[in-house]
Ligand binder design. Structure first.
Ligand code: ZN
Length: 444
């Protein structure tokens, strides 16, 4: 049974809040600590890919870790302080200890004049550099003089870390959920995505499933490339999936299509969103955004879409300190999880059937089929059954029928089960198997 809705959103928020303060990057202890927190809830398998490992056109960089960093004013005050906010340091900053004039220091500072109270989020993964990010109003308040800068970081051979959970089902074909784990203290991007993916994985693993499921928690870009490289031979098993990110802000649920735009994932996700959020949006594919850039590159072309609320870059607080715990809400996290769960429910239950009595309408009353569907009136039940019988020629799935008829998928599903039990409907796969058996018998 579904738990009462209050509480789920709060649990998601608490997990996001626990992950939020950690200084993550594409490598380093921050990712490991985050995966350890997620690992308290899931039997996550943690993989380490050594620095220097090739992943297609990319290479795992040196591992970055940081203990402390600050800019000291001429009178020795920590005017920019990593201990106050980890966004204050450009991610992947090399170690530095130097004294600079304000003019020289200014070359190393990043701020947002249009939002003077927010700290920007900046990275320099593949170009060795260092820098500080700060509020623009704080930057304007710096007096001339000599500033001491210290960044106690390390860039050393180590590894890139990602976590993975495989949940085997009856069918070896897989559904993939992918979320990035590389952002420091940003709540919607990506503490919210990690929290929703964790809760989804827990729920998927809590019951026997038709499909096999795989959940990957990896740093953006280089993490997905490492995962693709390690799993290239089994990618053919993937039938559907979603990149999950930005799932806690007040924006409407947004689905971004797979590269082909006609995948099963696309039909299911657009349907699930339409049922959960009347204001939901569907965006066409573009080779920009999160790990769909890699998963949907032409050499893989996986049938994977992306679920967010606001899109990347689609809200003013994006990639700044204003993407904090005040931006995300339990109710939004919970709705995002509900959309993911409906996606899985439809995936699990969608099927094609064949009407065994296709010449004219079979009489439902004499088979006791009126009222065979729970929670709907006999008239609604008849309506659903007539749609299922009419459309079940082996080419239309239950999802196709739900979309065409406007009857909710769950009702269509139940109507099909009742019709199958009454011998009026046969699953298409069973039908095929029967045909194969007959063919074999004919050959003997
Ligand atoms: Zn981001």
């Amino acid at each position: 049974m579904h738990s009462v809705s209050t509480g789920v959103g709060e649990e998601l928020f608490q997990l996001a809040a626990k992950l939020y303060p950690i200084c993550r990057s594409i490598t380093g202890e921050g990712v490991r600590r985050s995966l350890a927190i997620i690992g308290e809830q899931l039997p996550l398998v943690v993989h380490e890919v050594p620095s220097g490992s090739a992943a297609y056109d990319w290479e795992v960089p040196l591992e970055w870790n940081i203990d402390d960093a600050a800019v000291f004013s001429p009178d020795g005050e920590r005017v920019v302080d990593f201990q106050n906010h980890n966004l204050h340091v450009v991610s992947y900053s090399e170690p530095v200890a130097a004294t600079l004039s304000l003019e020289d220091l200014d070359q190393k500072l990043h701020s947002l004049p249009e939002h003077p109270e927010w700290i920007p989020y900046r990275t320099s993964y593949y170009r060795r550099a260092w820098g500080f990010c700060l509020r623009h109003d704080a930057r304007l308040g710096l007096r001339s003089g000599d500033y001491r800068v210290e960044i106690r970081s390390s860039l050393a051979p180590g590894s890139l870390t990602y976590g993975e959970l495989a949940v085997p089902g009856r069918d070896r074909h897989e559904v993939l959920f992918f979320t990035h784990t590389c952002h420091p203290s940003l709540a919607n991007d990506n503490a919210a995505g990690m929290a929703v993916t964790t809760a989804l994985a827990k729920w998927v693993a809590s019951a026997p499933r038709r499909f096999s499921y795989r959940f990957v928690f990896a740093p953006g870009t280089i993490g997905s490339l490492c995962w693709l490289k390690a799993n290239e031979r089994s990618l053919g098993r993937i039938r559907a999936g979603l990149v999950l990110a930005l799932l806690g802000d007040p924006g409407s649920l947004t689905y971004k299509m797979s590269r082909d735009g006609e995948a099963w994932t696309d039909s299911i996700a657009t349907y699930a969103l339409s049922q959960i959020d009347a204001a939901s949006r569907v965006l066409p594919f573009s080779p920009y955004g999160y790990d769909e850039r890699q998963l949907c590159s032409p050499g893989f072309n996986l049938p994977i879409g992306r679920l967010t609320r606001s899109a990347n870059g689609g809200y003013p607080q994006y990639h700044s300190s204003a993407d904090d715990l005040g931006l995300i809400r339990p109710v939004h996290l919970e709705e995002s999880l509900a959309a993911c769960r409906m996606f899985v429910d439809v995936l699990e239950e969608d099927a094609r059937y064949v009407n065994r009595s296709p010449k004219g309408e079979p009489r439902l009353g004499k088979r006791g089929l009126y009222g065979a569907v729970g929670g709907v009136t006999p008239a609604q039940c008849e309506h659903a059954m007539l749609w299922v019988l009419n459309q079940s020629d082996g080419s239309k799935s239950l999802l196709d029928i739900a979309r065409r008829s406007g009857v909710p998928f769950g009702v269509v599903r139940e109507a099909a089960s009742a019709l199958e039990a009454a011998g009026l409907l046969e699953s298409e796969t069973r039908d095929k198997r029967e045909m194969q058996r007959q063919r074999k018998r004919g050959q003997r």
